[in-house]
Write a protein that binds this ligand. Structure first.
Ligand code: NDP
Ligand code: HSE
Length: 435
């Protein structure tokens, strides 16, 4: 495998993404920089996608990191192991030992990005992660370029293919959440443990990385308000459709300049989007981002957000970048300090789904509590098909109220009281729409 004066690559973790990188590197001429696959670090080469490669090029396989770190021909390591434990230790050591590192590991970057980027700078090595956000869509490169002029003011994205697939199926095929999730797992769209996707953690990791490239500041993932998609039910989609809306899991950030302070509004939420919003039309496992620039105005990016080859294509593009330019690009660093806007201060148009034991006076009581908080009702709907009779001692009813815009803080002041009422079968489900 060795080629003098060429650019040796080691892949650590030959799973879904790592094997895609191996395929692109071995099938195609990837630039004029002599990139070649020298080594593969894998625990069990007889398992999964590694097996095929072990049969083809057994001499490339190693099972100890030292043989990669000590090899002077290996200039760059592709870390496709995943996780925040061994991958972090290994990346820090690789940078220290003079290797460039390219990765798709969004969990690691979102949680330890500040440390890893600082290490790469002090070691004068590249640490590149285009593949970590929106797979094949080159959004991080674009943001790196635009950072110089502090151009991007807002970003709204569908950053998780699994949840977008589930939401699209629920909307178009009128299937329940559990049934759709099971189907997505059978088809291989969703993982056996789908928590990271359906609870929104994955989209939040990606938003942390995007926010860093837009503002030059690392935010801790736990600081970003998050709701997943697992509380959505078919009546939400039916109501949204009657209102001319789609429901999407949206990761959003916006720079807000207020009274001389720089705020960053950031959240991940299932949201109702009007049909004229380009993101409302993104179906299946596709990813998409809408950016709003001070100078560039509106930019939309749509493409494959995951999968072996689409993700690997972004890694290979980073590999070419490293091979083209031995000197790492300076990383964004903030000159203005952004404060995260408390979620309670965000304004939305809220839609509330109630599931109640029917009795007289419910709407009256809810209306009174909302009015006491100064909240005005925009629309109210209770359809005969949402009466569920006979399956319980008391008749159950679902009804929906859309409110005039108000802040989260004001809304929850009212909802905390409403949720205590004895007729409530479950807490109110809240869906939001941006203003
Ligand atoms: P896989 O689980 O398919 O692959 C990871 C591979 O690394 C496995 O073969 C695993 O082996 C191996 N591995 C784990 N620990 C070690 C270790 N200590 N030493 C050597 N090898 C090890 O994951 P993916 O390829 O799906 O994901 C890789 C990364 O890419 C993750 O960070 C993920 O978040 C990210 N990513 C994935 C996308 C996708 O579409 N799959 C899209 C975008 C990003 P074993 O099976 O024995 O544990
Ligand atoms: N029957 C209730 C009321 C409406 O009168 O408020 C509950 O759906």
């Amino acid at each position: 495998m060795s080629k003098t004066n060429h650019f040796g690559i080691a892949i650590a973790g030959l799973g879904t993404v790592g094997s895609g990188v191996a395929k692109i590197l071995s099938d195609h001429q990837v630039g004029d920089h002599g990139l070649f696959l020298k080594s593969i670090l894998e625990r069990d080469p007889e398992k999964g996608p590694a097996r095929e490669w072990f049969q083809k090029i057994p001499e490339a396989f190693v099972n100890d990191q030292e043989s990669i770190l000590q090899d002077p021909e290996i200039k760059v390591i592709v870390e496709t192991i995943g996780g925040t434990g061994f991958a972090r230790e290994f990346t820090l050591e690789a940078l220290k030992r003079g290797k460039h590192v390219v990765t798709a590991n969004k969990d690691l970057i979102a949680t330890h990005g500040a440390e890893l980027c600082a290490k790469s700078q002090s070691c004068n090595r590249h640490y590149l992660f285009e593949a970590a956000v929106a797979g094949a869509i080159p959004v991080l490169s674009l943001l790196r370029e635009y950072f110089q002029t502090r151009d991007i003011l807002e970003l709204e994205g569908i950053l998780n293919g699994t949840t977008n697939y589930i939401l699209s199926e629920m909307e178009t095929r009128s299937l329940g959440f559990e049934e759709t999730l099971k189907q997505a797992q059978e088809l291989g769209f969703a993982e056996q443990d789908p928590t990271n996707d359906i609870k929104g953690y994955d989209a939040r990791y990606k938003l942390v990385i995007l926010a860093y490239l837009i503002c030059g500041q690392w935010i801790s993932p736990s600081e970003i308000y998050l709701e997943g998609i697992d509380r959505l039910e078919l009546p939400d989609f039916e109501y949204a459709s009657r209102m001319g809306r789609s429901i999407k899991l949206i990761a959003r950030m916006r720079r807000v300049e207020e009274k001389g302070n720089n705020y960053l509004q950031a959240f991940v939420l299932p949201m109702m989007l009007p049909r004229e919003n380009v993101l409302s039309k993104i179906d299946g496992s596709t990813n998409a981002l809408s950016l709003k620039g001070r100078f560039s105005e509106d930019i939309s990016l749509i493409g494959k957000g995951a999968g072996s080859l689409p993700t690997a294509s972004a890694i290979v593009s980073d590999l070419n970048r490293v091979a083209r330019n031995e000197k790492p690009i300076p990383l964004p660093s903030n000159t203005e300090l952004f404060q995260l806007m408390p979620f309670n201060e965000s304004f939305f148009r809220h839609t509330l789904r109630f599931e109640v034991y029917d009795e007289p006076g419910i709407v009256g009581m809810i209306g009174k509590i909302l009015a006491e908080s100064g909240i005005n009702i925009y629309a109210l709907e209770q359809l005969p098909q949402y009466h569920r009779i006979g399956d319980a001692e008391r008749e159950r009813v679902i009804f929906t109220i859309t409110l005039e815009p108000c802040s989260e803080g004001v809304l929850w002041e009212a909802l905390d009281k409403i949720n205590l009422a004895s007729f409530m079968i479950q807490p109110v489900n809240v869906l939001r729409e941006s203003l």
